[in-house]
Structures are given as C-alpha cells and as structure tokens.
Write a protein that binds this ligand. Sequence first.
Ligand SMILES: NC(=O)c1ccc[n+]([C@@H]2O[C@H](COP(=O)([O-])OP(=O)(O)OC[C@H]3O[C@@H](n4cnc5c(N)ncnc54)[C@H](O)[C@@H]3O)[C@@H](O)[C@H]2O)c1
Ligand SMILES: O=P(O)(O)OC[C@@H](O)[C@@H](O)[C@H](O)[C@H](O)CO
Length: 386
Amino acid sequence: MRAVHFGAGKIGRGFIADLLHNTGYEITFVDVNEKLNAEMNQYHNYYLYVIQEDYRRKEIDKVSALSPITQPEEVSKAIVDADLVTTAVIADNFPKIANNLAAGLKARLDAGKERVNVIPCENAFYCGVMLKNELLKTGLLTEEELEKIAGIPSTAVDRMVFAAERDGRDGIDVGNTYELVIEKNQLVDPDAQPIKGAEYTGNLDKYLERKLCVVNGGHTMSAYIARLMGYDIIQDYFKVPENTKLTRDIMLQAGAFIEKKHGFAHEEMADYIDATIGRWSTPGVKDTIERIAKAPIRKLDPEDRMVKSAIECEKYGLANDLILKGIAAAFLYDVEGDEQAAEIKAYVEENGIEKAVTHYTGIESGSHIYEEILNAYNEYKAKKSN
Ligand SMILES: NC(=O)c1ccc[n+]([C@@H]2O[C@H](COP(=O)([O-])OP(=O)(O)OC[C@H]3O[C@@H](n4cnc5c(N)ncnc54)[C@H](O)[C@@H]3O)[C@@H](O)[C@H]2O)c1
Ligand SMILES: O=P(O)(O)OC[C@@H](O)[C@@H](O)[C@H](O)[C@H](O)CO
C-alpha cells in the first residue's frame, strides 16, 4: 500500500507516518524542505525516539520525498497511484498545498481511478471542511468531481512530538500516548479503517472540542500568560505550582462546557486534564512558548480554541473569566519572527485594542466578555510597562 503525506514535519513524521508505517504503507512525503527531502531520499528511512521509554529508537522505513515546487508532476502521479493521502502542514498552509493536491486528484479522476481518502491531520475545527474549501477555490475540480474522487474527513490529532538531532540525523522525539480521531462518515468506506491505531467516530465534535478547547486552549493560553511572566520554556512555567493550578483552572473552565454539551462526567474530564498536564511536565521535555503560542491570529479566530470556549461557556451560563484573560494575553504576544504577532501589534497600534478585539475574535463591543478582555488587556499592559 502507498500513502502520500503532505508535510514531513513533527506530526507528519512523528505521528501520522508512524501509524501509516504500522499499518503497512510505504510513504511518499511531499514537503518544501529540500534538505529533509534529500535526507529521506538518501536513506529511505528515519528514526523516532520514544521519550518515556528512555528514548527507544524506532525505525520508519520505506519512505521517500518529493518537492511540490520542483516535482509537481511526480506529486500528481503519486496521488494518482496512492491508496491514501494525508496532511500535517498546519491549516494556515492549506492554500499553499491546494493546487498540488487538487491537480493530483483531478489527474486521478481523469485516469478513471477509484475514490481515495484524503485525511488532513491538523489542529483546527473541521480541517476536512477547510481543506475541501481550499481545493475547490483552485478551480481545478468542481464540487461534484471532488466528491467523486475523494472522501475528506475531519480529525482530532494529539501527540507530543519534538524535532531532535540525534545520531547525526534529523529525528523526532515522540510521546508514548496519542489520539487520532477520524470522522468515519466522510470516509470513502465508513466501515473501513485505513489507519491502524486511529479511532473512528460518528461524533467527532465531542473529541474535537475536547482536544482543541481543553488541550490546545489550555496550552495556548498558558503560553501567552507565561510569556507575559517572562518564560521562554513552558516546563519552567509549570515548575511553579500556582501556574500549574492556573492552567488547570483554565482547562476546567473550557472542560465545563464540553461536559454539559457532550455528557462527559466531571471526573473523566478532570482526569483527562491532569493526564495532559502530566504529559506536558514529562521529565526531560522542553517545549518552547514560541512553538505553542505561534500564529496568534489563527488561535484568536472565533472558530478556534480560545474564543470558541469563551462563547460556549457564555451560552451555557458557565464561568469563563480565566479564558477571557488568556485571550487578552494573546493580544500582547510579541516575539520576533512571528508574522501574525507582528500583524496584531501593528493593527493595535493603528486602530487601538478596542477595534482589534472585535476584528480578530468577532466579539462585539458592549458585551461583558468584550469588556472583560479589554480590562484584562489593560491590566497586563500596565504591569508590562512597570
Ligand atoms: N507539534 C505538535 O505537538 C502537534 C500536535 C498535534 C497536532 N499538531 C498539528 O499538526 C500539524 C502539523 O504541525 P507540526 O508541529 O508537525 O508542524 P511542523 O512545522 O513541524 O510541520 C509542518 C511541515 O509542513 C511543511 N510544509 C509547509 N508548507 C508546505 C507546503 N506548501 N507543501 C508541503 N509541505 C509544507 C513544512 O516544511 C513542515 O515540514 C498542525 O496542524 C499542528 O497544529 C501539532
Ligand atoms: O499546533 P498548534 O499551533 O495548533 O498548537 C500548539 C500546541 O498547543 C499544539 O501543537 C500541542 O502541543 C499539540 O496539539 C498537542 O497534541
């Protein structure tokens, strides 16, 4: 079996390809990183290192790589011949992979081949729908044609993965626990399980909201707050018990709406939160605030991890004060090299924070959640300038 995977980064090589390899696929990566592509084409393998098992080395073999820039024809051909297509490129990059992917699917349709599963594995609400929209925007396929050639489910994706230079090679350190949940009704065959080790569900919302709002929301808001406290590494922030408590409380606020909406027991949610914080505090692990907090515009979107939680809590009459503080902290995130952070900063300088809150979060002025974000922002800002 052959899989084509877009994005040979940390989740691509460290998680998705691990499961694909366990399932028995030979993997063709498609990535813009020429150095990485060359290494994969030289060795046809790479290594994962399982953190909790004393960095046990695991080989992923039968891999090769293509460049979407210099080898678009080969990418198309690989899609025509593939048994499965997956992505882990960061959802912001969907517009950049859409042409290559749409051209490959169109060629597959023209070749009279069967439908194929295209499974995006990204932190985003309904990444399958986002990818479909980007594919249609290329104009290379109509909606009917896309439906005829591909099943594109959404997913929830969770694993600890870190880039690591080991044994003189580009490897990935991985956690020993993970979750990949796939929306089965959108698969070509809803009863087939094209990736071993994944879960297949008819109720993705439940897992997606828990993963994105509780795990990623908690992680991201902690990172913005930690940055204001002067931390660069999230594990240093977690060393202070009050900080861990704050993160846990933020996650419990998001968890509360998910308990109500999806019927999780409170104990189960609390255990999930504690296990997640425990995983972030694994001895030896160092995760940068810069990685967790990156791309604040994506993370402030009304349909992403922070604002969605604030609004859902509001709907259910649940507390969201800590979430609103986390959102406020995101407006002060300021790290050299983060284009989205720079864009927010410039917008605030030109238009004021009052307009910026509505512009990025969709939260209208006049509501109490708007006022609370503004107040928290002004408090953080005053502290920052003291
Ligand atoms: N890192 C994590 O801990 C983690 C955990 C769960 C989910 N995720 C999600 O997984 C996805 C991937 O994240 P990551 O941490 O692996 O990011 P990453 O930056 O390590 O990897 C992204 C890869 O995509 C490649 N890429 C970018 N533009 C491309 C293009 N036009 N064509 C082909 N390849 C392109 C990059 O070169 C890079 O190798 C994201 O949606 C992220 O939110 C990450
Ligand atoms: O990947 P992002 O930028 O959407 O979010 C940053 C982190 O919260 C995220 O990568 C987590 O570490 C990961 O999702 C855990 O599974």
